[in-house]
Design a binder for this molecule. Structure first.
Ligand SMILES: *Cc1c(COP(=O)(O)O)cnc(C)c1O
Length: 465
């Protein structure tokens, strides 16, 4: 029975209703049982081929739950320490379902989703300690946010005419960041047409922080050579060792030199919510002209979701707003509304990411989120203690925040990491520090306990016999 106007909706809503309830039960059971579900290798043949033929909703849901759902990244598991992966929030399952139901287009116009996103942005700028009229936009993550932020920096440095004339007439720019800062900055500069060669990598001190004297020297030399400093990128939580630049010192230089300060705070932003002394790591972040952060990492909001925060709202608008006639707003009606997010970023049609972020903050509250983050800082310190006590393991970098990197006496770290992953005993990633291959753990999982840390280190120890 597929008739015009009914072709794509369920032919039997009652049975669809039942299928959905069954699906929800399976999803919640999976989340509730996250501790029993580490990453497992997927079968060689997944049987997901699309041949264009139709099947029932029940069959599709069965395939999803049996063939796809078990083979996730594994980051919902408490012993997942690899890279920096968020562990997912149960409340997000509900928010995602409602967002899918509403199917709002958050590029603009006058509807509730816009207010939700405005509230989320306001909360984030307040949490950062930015000026009261700072603004921003939710993004797919820090990579996209970095493109937006550096585009705004460029508009400020060279005027918004650059939108029309492109980069041909611009002087050669320089962007400063510490050695070990994230590759998303290079990618943003590639996308923007400047090329990653315009990055000036500044040496770091023993805490892997940008050397401020070296920064000042580089700026001075570049200016003398006729280059145009565009931005200084501070890092709050480096992906390698969890380093935090001295953001106040960077802000002082940026202010004195009249250079845009951007902070890559992909996961380190969330130190703002932690107890002292951990919250002090990111002091000064509110002085940045722009901040890129992820909600899908440390706070565990579902992928994908991140944000770009920009201190100068008018500049943000001037960098991106563009409204041809078919996008004209109106005084009243759906085409009204004083805030169209398409004016503040690169997307026109946009999903309702804000709801899962709003629901997470509203439900958990900053206090509880901060406690979970504080736990993670302490877990990394515990891991460092265990490593230090072990005759077979060597701490290769001070634990600055929530990341612990250590080497092993016996064996190849890549093989050890893979063996532990395949055995479901824990997910470490690997990194080379001063030429020494290391196992690397980033503690960002809200389900992780101190016991999980002890068990994971015991599992690594067991590879050393
Ligand atoms: C993850 C990460 C990024 C990139 O963010 P995406 O959300 O993956 O685009 C940038 N910087 C740091 C420090 C990160 O940890």
């Amino acid at each position: 029975m597929t008739k015009e106007g009914h072709r794509l909706d369920p032919s039997d809503w009652d049975s669809f209703n039942q299928d959905m309830h069954d699906l929800l039960d399976l999803c919640l059971a999976r989340m509730r049982g996250a501790r029993d579900l580490p990453w497992i290798p997927k079968p060689d043949k997944m049987g997901l081929e699309l041949d264009g033929a139709a099947q029932s909703t029940a069959d599709t849901f069965a395939q999803i739950t049996k063939t796809i759902m078990p083979y996730a990244t594994g980051n919902t598991h408490p012993a997942f320490f690899g890279w920096v992966h968020g562990s997912g929030l149960p409340v997000g399952v509900g928010a995602e379902m409602v967002a899918a139901t509403m199917n709002s287009n958050c590029g603009g116009r006058d509807h509730a989703a816009i207010d939700v996103e405005r509230e989320v942005i306001n909360w984030l700028t307040r949490t950062a300690g930015m000026p009261a009229d700072a603004f921003g936009i939710l993004t797919t993550g820090t990579s996209q946010a970095t493109i937006l932020a550096l585009s705004a920096a460029r508009a400020r440095a060279f005027g918004t005419d650059v939108r029309k004339t492109g980069i041909r007439s611009l002087p050669e720019i320089r962007v400063y960041m510490a050695k070990g800062a994230h590759s998303c900055v290079a990618k943003a500069l590639e996308v923007m047409g400047h090329g990653s060669d315009c990055i000036s990598q500044i040496p770091v001190n023993h805490q892997s922080q940008m050397d401020i004297a070296a920064l000042e020297m580089a700026i001075q030399e570049d200016r003398a050579a006729g280059l145009a400093p565009l931005a200084i990128v501070g890092t709050a939580g480096s992906v390698g060792v969890g380093a935090y630049d001295d953001l106040n010192a960077i802000a002082d230089v940026a202010t004195a030199q009249n250079i845009w300060m951007h902070v890559d705070a992909a996961f380190g932003f969330w130190s703002r919510l932690a107890d002292a002394p951990f919250c002090n790591l990111s002091d000064g972040i509110g002085r940045a002209q722009s901040i890129a952060l992820d909600t899908h990492k440390w706070p565990g909001v579902q992928y994908d979701s991140g944000a770009c925060l920009i201190a100068d709202r008018d500049l943000q608008r001037a960098t991106f707003a563009s409204r041809p006639a078919y996008l004209k707003s109106a005084e009243d009606g759906l085409a009204g509304g004083d805030l169209w997010f398409c004016d503040y970023g690169i997307e026109l049609s946009r999903g309702f990411k804000a709801l899962k972020v709003w629901a997470a903050i509203k439900t958990l509250g900053a206090d509880t989120m901060g406690k979970a983050i504080t736990d993670n800082f302490k877990q990394a310190a515990l891991m460092a203690d265990l490593v230090t006590q072990s005759p077979n393991l060597t701490l290769q970098h001070d634990v600055i925040s929530n990341v612990c990197c250590f080497s092993v006496v016996r064996g190849d770290v890549a093989c050890i990491a893979a063996d532990l992953q395949i055995a479901g005993q824990g997910v470490f990633s690997t990194i080379t520090i001063d030429g020494v291959p290391c196992l690397r753990a980033a503690c960002v999982g809200h389900r992780t306990t101190s016991d999980d840390i002890r068990t994971a280190i015991k599992a690594v120890e067991a590879t050393q016999v």
